[in-house]
Design a protein around this ligand. Structure first.
Ligand code: C6P
Length: 396
């Protein structure tokens, strides 16, 4: 059996998404900016797809949703543009991010730090959560931007974005949220939220890879990161990825429906998996369930290196991860586990299971069996963990 439980790294393209994209490879392949019918053939679908994207986040028409190549680009764009506009010009000198942002925010912030920007890395608490009020302590009159992710990719922890946005507005500071792990998991309503910039990426909600977007509130438009053409109103140059945009539009429409129709089932499967794995002794999950996205669990098995567990899972056909795919080859301990102050021997043991609306009960039951056997095997050969088979589970 092959089981995919790494949906926070990327998701399968929904077959309905693939179907609507297909004609735009070999039939309607014109460059939308050209001046002939091959170009105009794409216009109706492009416009409809953009409308679906606006509708999915309930963005007012006057705001901008600019298509990019991925969330990494959108995140880089926000931080670097703020640097050029506010920090390089000497108006401000400070940005605030959380210490558990995705590497596309953390590495960009470090780069800006090397250019003289002051960066505050907002801490998370022992449950892996951000307490909104702590932001107040760090905002100064020199703060240009606060950038806090909506949902953490490793734990699924949902951060209090509404509250943080209110605080930023009250203090007159721009606010960006990386909503990559939030689309299709929490309702996103840009008419109500006081967020200035919002990042998302289609491949995290059953759309294609290589296409994402940056939402910008009217009046808060950023200078382009990529220059060279008039695409997207001059805000983001480069020939439009027509199949990608059409795919992202359909994927967004399905993600919003899924929030209503699939979420309870996915949550029930995740909870079942979690309940059965937590029966194993010396096992811990970060962040309470009700404060997490419904599909995610970061679980530690004391005494078992995360990579060793992944090896056993992979051999049994199961794809999971030790955390963010962007940092999966460095064998470092999980950064969120470190940030919550987990003991050193636990920080190396975290495994992320992330489900989707395509995950089945059979797959979850199979995974439960494989993980139990893997724990017995790996603890049995561990030199640091005193293992007795009779102590494997607390209750079964
Ligand atoms: N996180 C993970 O395994 P791209 O691929 O550039 O569209 O998305 C980057 C990105 C940005 N923000 C968050 C919160 C993310 O989770 C990701 C991608 C994957 O967790 C791959 S590193």
């Amino acid at each position: 059996m092959r089981v995919y439980l790494d949906n926070n790294a990327t998701t399968i393209v929904d077959p309905q998404v693939k179907t609507v994209m297909d004609p735009f490879f070999c039939q309607y392949y014109g460059n939308p900016n050209s001046l002939h019918a091959f170009a105009s053939d794409t216009h109706i679908d492009l416009n409809r797809s953009l409308e679906k994207i606006y509708a999915g986040i309930n963005a007012p028409k006057e705001d901008s949703v600019v298509v990019t190549s991925c969330a990494t680009e959108s995140n880089n764009w926000v931080l670097k543009s703020i640097y050029f506009d506010y920090i390089l010009t000497g108006r401000k000198n400070h940005i605030i991010i959380s210490e558990v942002e995705h590497p596309s925010i953390i590495a960009t912030a470090r780069f800006l730090e090397s250019l003289g920007t002051k960066v505050t890395y907002l801490p998370i608490n022992s449950e892996g959560l951000i307490e909104a009020h702590t932001i107040r302590d760090f905002i100064t009159d020199k703060t240009a931007l606060v950038s806090i992710m909506w949902a953490n990719n490793e734990t699924g922890a949902i951060f209090p974005i509404e509250e943080i946005a209110e605080i930023c507005q009250e203090k007159g500071v721009l606010f960006h949220t990386d909503a990559v792990q939030a689309i299709g998991k929490v309702p996103v309503n840009m008419q109500e939220l006081k967020v200035d910039y919002l990042t998302f990426s289609a491949h995290k909600f059953h759309g294609p890879k290589g296409i994402g977007a940056l939402y910008m509130r009217k009046g808060k438009e950023l200078k382009p990161l990529l220059h060279g053409g008039e695409h997207m109103g001059g805000l983001r140059s480069g020939t439009l990825n027509v199949p990608g945009i059409v795919g992202m539009g359909k994927a967004m429409e399905l993600a919003v429906d899924s929030l209503m129709f699939d979420m309870p089932d996915v949550k029930a499967l995740r909870d079942h998996l979690e309940d059965e794995l937590l029966k194993i002794n010396d096992t811990f999950v970060v962040t309470p369930r009700e404060k997490r996205t419904h599909n995610t669990m970061l679980i530690s098995f004391r005494g078992i290196e995360g990579e060793a567990m992944l090896w056993d899972l992979n051999k049994a056909g199961i794809g999971a991860s030790t955390g963010s795919a962007c940092a999966s080859e460095d064998l470092e301990s999980n950064p969120v586990m470190e940030a919550i102050g987990a003991e050193a021997d636990l920080a190396h043991t975290a495994i992320r299971f992330s489900l989707s609306r395509f995950t089945t009960k059979e797959e979850v039951d199979y995974t439960i069996g494989v993980v139990h056997e893997a724990v017995k095997r790996l603890r049995g050969i561990s030199s640091s963990y005193a293992y007795t088979p009779k102590d494997h589970v607390s209750e079964l």
